[in-house]
Write a protein that binds this ligand. Structure first.
Ligand code: FE2
Length: 383
């Protein structure tokens, strides 16, 4: 038995771990007691507020691979695995297999977009991991050889997450309509945008299944909004701050719905890293920032939108019938060139799932040993 000194204080204790001395708060340690967690559901069954006072240790020692804590006001000794303490003892958050750094991309990226066949996504967990990993890293991937039946898109989407409905329902069709509810449903050009910014939380992952495309023109346009935001930060930090600090109004209105939400055009995490963008001039409502703030906001906004039209960021390609493009709707900005409606048929069917579902799917695959990084995955994706 190894006995190592532990220092107790009023609020917690300093535990000598192999990674160094680490301080742990008593409430955290009491919550971390394995008896606090239901062994079947893994949900917390201990209520720290049920104790009359904040928990406090009477004594503590390390035995084998566990920290033993003898609680002052309870008839309980907790056995807390040292591995758990090591996972939380440092300054960073617990390891998350889905926390994969974004790989920013620019014009010319088209040949590098990961392609996986629908059959492989549905039947091979390593290929499903390869696809979901690409969506986390690159924000875009293409599924090829989609089956032609009416459930095809639904099967693919559900392999990644539950379908998130929008005002249009579970699915939407992008083709020329007689009475369009959206410019997407015309043959005109479609400016660069992210979908449904008028919703409180716009859907995180978008699927666009190309069923038919024989028209002249109508090339699909994609860019990495996080790459443009990153470039704006380097080239004009003040403009970047305006778009990251202030939110502006968006809408989605029709006879039977009236969605409104304020969004930041550039979304950052607490560390200041760009995590996404929201842009849609056609669904942007009247700006309601104070007019003197708009004196600074509009130049930044215009600069950012102009950057999104620059060739250095844009990928332009024809959507192929039988392919489904999947992309992060909070990061990848998409648009379309106009086309000649009479020249043929163009029909895309779309749906959404959310970012949380995508990360969940990748985590479960990673925990089962499918990283999406094997050479087989890379070879199959190139084939
Ligand atoms: Fe769209």
């Amino acid at each position: 038995m190894t006995v190592r000194p532990i220092t107790l204080s009023e609020t917690g204790m300093v535990v000598p771990l192999s990674s160094g001395q680490s301080y742990f708060n008593y409430c955290w340690l009491r919550d971390a007691c394995p008896s606090s967690i239901d062994p079947q559901t893994h949900e917390r069954v201990f209520d720290v507020t049920s104790l009359p006072d904040l928990p406090r240790a009477r004594a503590a020692r390390i035995e084998g691979d566990a920290l033993l804590v003898d609680w002052a006001d309870e008839d309980l000794i907790s056995h807390i695995p040292l591995d758990k303490l090591k996972a939380y003892g440092g300054p960073s958050r617990k390891d998350d297999p889905a926390n994969i750094p974004r790989r920013l991309w620019y014009a010319g990226f088209t040949p590098n977009i990961v392609h996986v066949s629908q059959e492989a996504v549905l039947t091979d967990p390593e290929m499903r991991a390869h696809l979901t990993r690409a969506l986390l890293e690159d924000g875009i991937a293409i599924v090829t050889d989609m089956a032609r039946d009416s459930e095809s898109l639904s099967r693919l989407a559900r392999a990644i997450g539950p379908i998130t409905p929008s005002a249009e329902g579970n699915f939407f069709d992008v083709r020329v309509e007689i009475e369009p509810t959206n410019l997407a449903f015309t043959a005109g050009p479609l400016e660069m945008h992210t979908d449904l910014p008028g919703e409180d939380t716009a859907p995180g992952v978008q699927f666009l299944h190309c069923l038919e495309n024989t028209v002249e023109g109508g090339l699909s346009l994609f860019l990495d909004g996080a790459a443009v935001a990153d470039a704006l930060r380097k080239e004009d930090p003040d403009a970047f701050r305006m778009l990251a600090d202030f939110d502006i109004p968006f809408f989605y209105r029709h006879d039977n719905w009236d969605y409104r939400a304020h969004q930041r055009v550039i979304e950052t995490d607490p560390e200041g890293n760009v995590t996404g963008v929201t842009i849609s001039q056609h669904l942007q409502d009247d700006m309601d920032l104070p007019q003197d703030v708009l004196d600074r906001y509009y130049p930044a906004f215009i600069k950012f939108i102009r950057m999104m039209k620059e060739d250095r960021f844009l990928c332009r390609f024809r959507s192929q019938a039988g392919n489904c493009i999947i992309f992060d709707n909070h990061r990848i900005v998409h648009g379309r060139e106009g086309y000649v409606a009479e020249s043929g048929k163009r029909h895309l069917r779309g749906c959404y799932t959310d970012r949380g579902a995508l990360r969940s799917t990748y985590r479960v695959l990673a925990q089962r040993g499918y990283s999406g990084l094997t050479s087989k995955a890379h070879e199959m994706a190139r084939a």
